[in-house]
Design a protein around this ligand. Structure first.
Ligand SMILES: NC(=O)c1ccc[n+]([C@@H]2O[C@H](COP(=O)([O-])OP(=O)(O)OC[C@H]3O[C@@H](n4cnc5c(N)ncnc54)[C@H](OP(=O)(O)O)[C@@H]3O)[C@@H](O)[C@H]2O)c1
Length: 301
């Protein structure tokens, strides 16, 4: 793969931006706060200074799903206005934008996996602002690839895998929700997908490849099954797992409602770009191995 010299990534310190920065197929320039606030159009314009043929990747987002219920304006500012600004500045330079959205735009009531054209019906402020961000990107830049992903995790930063391993060190027993289903997505796999899309868009500029796409790890699991797998992988690195108890969503009330089923059908991205999902368990094994070098996984107490 030839190197993309000008992928301008917004949201510098987030887990996805950092994976784009690491990706060997990309030469990403990462921009973020404090210099660039995506909600401030002038700062986005100043920062991007796009060269012809550049691609913008907007990985900046307000991702605190529960906190957003109490801070809807703050979430809207980043997830809708920030997305609009990024898309507009890219459009002014006639550049494509790759923007990221979420499975939480759906209400989770569908029996099977969600297709891109299924009706959106977010249950939370976070989902509502992300859905508004999708519309803003479509309205401001016809050259867009909006990628909805799900249950994103990395070997660094704060995410479900990191939380499980931390809590498992602190407590002998963990209660995990067993009636929410989705597809864990390793951020390195998503970055690989972005690299394929960026190269393709630069090479072909094919308008048929613009639009909204789903991309997540291959397979569907409950939060409980995901936690079981995290600890099974960790145990291979000398970590002493806690006892896990399955509970219902009703037993673990949170400020934000989450979809019970957020399985995403990823056929469209496979057809447009040839991008295949990686089995979620293979990616998890790689992630945990990076987090827990052999023999360093034990409970601290
Ligand atoms: N995490 C998930 O489970 C998940 C699931 C589905 C979809 N997604 C989507 O995937 C994308 C990447 O998520 P992620 O997990 O990498 O998020 P993340 O780790 O929370 O990073 C988000 C980044 O956005 C930056 N940011 C927030 N407000 C900003 C502003 N006003 N101006 C500039 N930068 C700002 C943050 O900067 P600071 O460091 O300065 O706060 C942070 O670096 C997002 O679009 C998210 O909605 C995530």
């Amino acid at each position: 793969m030839t190197v993309v010299l000008s992928l301008s990534v917004l949201g510098r310190s987030g887990q996805l931006a950092r994976a784009l920065w690491r990706n060997e197929g990309l030469d990403a320039e990462c921009l973020g706060r404090p210099e660039v606030d995506v909600a401030d159009l002038a700062s986005v314009r100043r920062a991007l200074e796009l060269r012809a043929g550049a691609i913008v990747a907007n990985a900046a987002a307000y991702t605190a799903v529960d906190r957003a219920e109490a801070e809807p304006e703050a979430a809207d500012r980043v997830n809708r206005l920030g997305a609009a600004n990024a898309a507009q500045v890219a459009a002014e330079a006639e550049s494509p934008i790759i923007h990221f959205s979420t499975d939480y735009v759906f209400d989770g009531a569908k029996a099977g996996a969600y297709r891109e054209q299924d009706p959106v019906a977010p249950l939370s402020v976070y989902g509502t602002t992300k859905e508004a961000g999708e519309r803003a990107v479509r309205e401001n830049n016809p050259r867009h690839a909006i990628i909805r992903t799900a249950w994103l995790y990395s070997h660094e930063g704060d995410n479900f895998v990191a939380s499980m391993l931390r809590l498992g060190r602190e407590r002998a027993e963990l209660r995990i929700v067993a009636d929410q289903f989705g597809s864990p997505t390793y951020v390195e796999d998503l970055a690989d997908a972005v690299a394929i899309i960026a190269h393709d868009l630069l090479r072909t500029g094919d308008r048929h490849r613009y639009g909204t796409f789903h991309y997540c790890g291959g397979g569907v699991v409950s939060r409980f099954e995901f936690a079981e797998a995290i600890f099974a992988e960790a145990a291979r690195h000398g970590y002493r797992p806690p006892v896990l108890t399955p509970i219902t969503t009703a037993e673990y009330p949170t400020p934000a409602r989450r979809p019970a089923n957020s399985a995403l059908d990823c056929t469209r991205i496979a057809e447009a770009y040839g991008i295949r999902q990686r089995p979620w368990r293979d990616s998890l094994a790689e992630c945990v191995a990076r987090m827990l070098p052999q023999g360093r996984g034990g409970r601290s107490s």
